[in-house]
Ligand binder design. Structure first.
Ligand SMILES: Nc1nc2c(ncn2[C@@H]2O[C@H](COP(=O)(O)OP(=O)(O)OP(=O)(O)O)[C@@H](O)[C@H]2O)c(=O)[nH]1
Ligand SMILES: [Mg+2]
Length: 365
């Protein structure tokens, strides 16, 4: 009799604790905002690692990469001024400027004078900035005309397509980049609105992070009609490259949902792009021709690869880096950034939670 009562007691208390546990989990899921849950449980906060703020430590093997045209020199000088003042004057990481045409002496003189870092100037070889032999150029020209008539952003531009293909498959293989392990991509016309007092390169190296972003958003579907089909064919053929723990759920709602990290800002590990699996992926896409027969951007290409090959802990949301590429900006919303006097952006204009951003979906993963 006593044993029977004991058994009942055990069963009842197990049921009670299971229900309690489920209620706590459910409460968390329903009532704690994704953003808060993300910052409490997943986010690695660089601000909490004092070793990242030490000065006079050796630099990481990293480089600032700027793909740019001569005519963008003044926009670039402005961006470099912000970038130096907010961050790089504390570290003096080298710059590599890349162009499909020779840089002018004026471009070199003006950029050199804005920084104490070393500056290198590279010409992009033709095979990295031209049609591969299997592309039918007449068909490509017809597509450009059609897309221009439809008023698709950069739909009529040939150079934009070369640029997207270069950023997808070649920048990390350029001879001036080959010796580096990490990179920060910089574009003319962007702004950095908060002081960055630590070394993000050291941060990603120390935490074994592959890629960092500030803004994520939806791609224009008209520029990528067959991209997802092509990706699915790749995934079928090369399923051994895709680990069980991946991020495909970030981009796949039966079809590609368009979510991508905005690649005009990237801090990352060059060896990811140089890996066999990524090179196979890029070649697969390149053979399919969508860089020219559609207008596949490097941002969706990078993001799809990251989602296929990596797990969430390998990708970092740089909340503390306030960044503007018109028309969108990431401006940290936490009061501290603004009260400390370190920022000059308006947190009400932060894109993270706005319609069109995928960052809330990122928090929810
Ligand atoms: N050398 C060179 N650089 C280019 C060319 N086209 C674009 N770029 C660079 O490639 C990067 C992306 O080009 P953007 O024109 O900014 O493209 P986007 O960011 O999609 O569009 P925007 O909203 O106009 O900024 C920038 O760093 C440009 O300076 C080109 O034909 N030659
Ligand atoms: Mg741009």
């Amino acid at each position: 009799m006593r044993n029977q009562r004991k058994a009942y007691l055990i069963i009842i208390s197990s049921v009670f604790f299971t229900v309690l546990l489920y209620s706590i989990v459910l409460f968390n899921q329903v009532f704690i905002p994704n953003r808060q849950r993300f910052f409490e449980h997943q986010y690695i906060d660089p601000m909490k690692d004092t070793s990242l703020f030490l000065k006079n430590v050796t630099r990481v093997n990293a480089v600032i990469i700027v793909l740019v045209r001569n005519k963008e020199i003044h926009e670039l000088r402005k961006t470099m001024r912000y970038f130096e003042d907010r961050w790089n004057k504390k570290y003096n990481y080298p710059y590599v400027f890349l162009n499909n045409e020779e840089f002018t002496q004026e471009f070199k003189d003006l950029t050199k004078r804005i920084t104490h870092s070393e500056t290198y100037y590279g010409l992009i070889p033709k095979e990295m900035w031209d049609y591969p032999p299997w592309i039918n150029q007449t068909k490509a020209a017809d597509v450009r005309k059609e897309m221009e008539d439809k008023k698709i952003l950069y739909g009529g531009s040939e150079s934009y397509r070369h640029m997207c293909r270069f950023n997808s498959g070649f920048f990390f293989r350029h001879e001036l980049i080959q010796k580096y392990d990490y990179y920060w991509r910089l574009e003319p016309g962007v702004d950095f609105m908060c002081d960055i007092d630590y070394d993000p390169f050291r941060f990603i190296q120390k935490n074994n992070i592959t890629y960092g972003f500030t803004i994520s958003l939806l791609e224009l579907q008209d520029t990528i009609p067959t991209l997802w089909e092509t990706v699915k064919m790749f995934m079928n053929e090369y399923h051994h490259y895709i680990p069980r723990k991946n991020l495909i759920r970030f981009i796949d709602n039966i079809n590609y949902n368009g979510c991508h990290f905005w690649s005009n800002f990237e801090i990352g590990d060059l060896n990811f792009w140089r890996s066999e699996r990524y090179l196979k992926f890029f070649d697969y896409l390149d053979r399919a021709g969508g860089f020219y027969y559609e207008r596949w951007g490097d941002a969706p290409v990078h993001s799809i690869a990251l989602a296929m090959f990596l797990e969430k802990s390998k990708i970092h949301f740089f909340n503390d880096i306030a960044y503007m590429h018109p028309p969108f900006q990431h401006c940290p919303i936490e009061k501290w950034f603004h009260e400390s006097g370190k920022c000059h952006c308006n947190p009400d204009k932060n894109f993270d939670s706005t319609f069109g951003s995928c960052t809330e979906a990122w928090f929810a993963l």
